[in-house]
Design a protein around this ligand. Structure first.
Ligand code: IMP
Length: 205
């Protein structure tokens, strides 16, 4: 198995979750901030998988260490799957009209999504996580995880990150932002994808 991996994300919420998820298996997580030289990869693809593969491969080849990269997002049924791959910068895209950036990106994204969902009855949505492992010798594998639920009509809770305050997971009466990190990891798209990835790695390496 591997003992050390670079988790290639600049999102602090994600990084924290990856550290919690991977520490259970004794895998040490390095972050982009631990790297001696700065290197950026643009997420310009149209699917989660293509973006995640691009990030994992380019970071692994640049830093010459095994990398885990993820592309994740929220897909809302009534919005034809938007924000999807645009989840991180939803406030700033033309679809549905741009939203002013008042406090921070997460808040602007949520405001825009709730505006577009005003009066919409079908609140079904899912979080998607595609996780790619890549090592510099040019070997890679990927897994995916989903978490189904519904969009609220206002933000509730202050844990987690991103769209967590407006997402109630299936079978719950509270939002993802009201769950403890352990509870979220058990049911989240990311938790599911990471557990599948480690199982695959344990079989192959
Ligand atoms: P990425 O860094 O391109 O994968 O962007 C992911 C974006 O999707 C984040 O900035 C969040 O807005 C959203 N997102 C992904 N995973 C989660 C989650 O677990 N909770 C809430 N929002 C999420």
């Amino acid at each position: 198995m591997i003992d050390k991996v670079l988790v290639a994300t600049t999102n602090k919420g994600k990084l924290k979750e990856f550290k919690q998820l991977l520490s259970k298996y004794g895998i040490q997580v390095l972050s982009l901030e631990d790297m001696p030289e700065k290197f950026e990869v643009e997420e310009d693809k149209e699917t989660f998988l293509e973006n995640a593969i691009k990030k994992a491969r380019e970071y692994a080849q640049f830093y010459k260490i095994p990398v885990i990269a993820e592309d994740a997002g929220l897909e809302v049924k009534a919005l034809n799957g938007y924000p999807g791959v645009y989840s991180a910068r939803f406030y700033d895209i033309e679809f549905g009209g741009k939203q002013p950036l008042e406090e921070n990106k997460d808040k602007a994204n949520i405001k825009k999504l709730l505006r577009l969902m005003e009066g919409v009855e079908d609140r079904e949505a899912r979080f998607v996580s595609v996780v790619v492992f890549y090592n510099p010798e040019d070997f890679g594998l990927w897994t995916e995880g989903y978490c189904y639920g519904k969009i609220t009509d206002k933000p509730i809770g202050d844990k987690g990150f991103g769209y967590d305050p407006i997402f109630v997971p299936e079978g719950y009466l509270v939002t993802m932002a009201q769950l403890t990190p352990e509870e979220k990891n058990k049911i989240s798209h990311r938790g599911k994808a990471v557990r599948k990835l480690v199982e695959k790695l344990q079989k192959l390496l």
